[in-house]
Ligand binder design. Structure first.
Ligand SMILES: Nc1nc2c(ncn2[C@@H]2O[C@H](COP(=O)(O)OP(=O)(O)OP(=O)(O)O)[C@@H](O)[C@H]2O)c(=O)[nH]1
Ligand SMILES: [Zn+2]
Length: 202
């Protein structure tokens, strides 16, 4: 069953805007701000901004399914949950393009085969390096794991600060947002869900 279609990734691959055009757009914003884009300190800024944006949004060029395609069966039939806690997350909100900074916890119950632990964090990276809402990010990570690993259950929790809420607008600098998404046994069995919640609360 396909729970997630990674159409976002295709969008950037079909992107027709050149780096030079994007740099011109940065120059326009600098001028709009009242800056002189020709002064020495700003001469290379458009290039740097676009280079930085390529890093912030590299997830559009990456494919979670491919990252999760390598699995291991030689784990003595381990069939309990695997919990990867405290994965740092940096993303950007799609409403303001402002940074989202926080922590993700990811768990799954394997179905005979396990995946390399780093791949759990890599999947968080793929989806966080795109414009996001925290809700969608949480669900995309969970759905990708559930589908690709054919897992018996998946749980994803993200706790993050949105700079659109801390640095501007309502300016609540201590506010953080918690999102959860449970699939399979984590959704259906409250004991399983509570064990997971206990692990991530330590
Ligand atoms: N649900 C959700 N909302 C988000 C996320 N990131 C930012 N937002 C919110 O997106 C909303 C956009 O609201 P708008 O009224 O269109 O924009 P705005 O005038 O800039 O809103 P304010 O932030 O209230 O000043 C704001 O309430 C943000 O807090 C997210 O990940 N999930
Ligand atoms: Zn925002």
């Amino acid at each position: 069953m396909k729970l997630v279609k990674d159409t976002d990734a295709k969008v950037l691959k079909e992107n027709k805007v050149s780096d030079q055009e994007a740099e011109e757009a940065v120059k326009t914003i600098l001028t709009w701000m009242g800056e002189d884009s020709k002064r020495e300190g700003l001469l290379e800024t458009p290039k740097r901004v676009i280079k930085a944006f390529k890093e912030y949004f590299v997830g559009y060029t990456q494919d979670a399914e491919q990252i999760l395609s390598k699995t291991f069966g030689d784990v003595e039939g381990y069939n309990d949950m695997v919990v990867e806690k405290n994965i740092s997350v940096t993303s950007h909100c799609e409403h303001h393009m402002a940074p989202i900074v926080g922590t993700a916890h990811v768990a799954y119950i394997p179905n005979e085969r396990v995946v390399g632990l780093s791949k759990l964090a890599r999947v968080v990276e793929v989806f966080s390096k795109r414009l996001q809402t925290q809700e969608r990010l949480t669900m995309q990570v969970a759905n990708a794991l559930m589908t690709s690993l054919d897992a018996k259950g998946v749980a994803v929790t993200i706790d993050a600060a949105h700079q659109c809420m801390t640095m501007r607008g309502i300016k609540k600098e201590k506010a953080t947002t918690v999102t959860n998404y449970f699939l399979g046994q984590f959704k259906d069995d409250l004991n399983v869900q509570n064990r997971y919640l206990t692990y991530i609360s330590k």
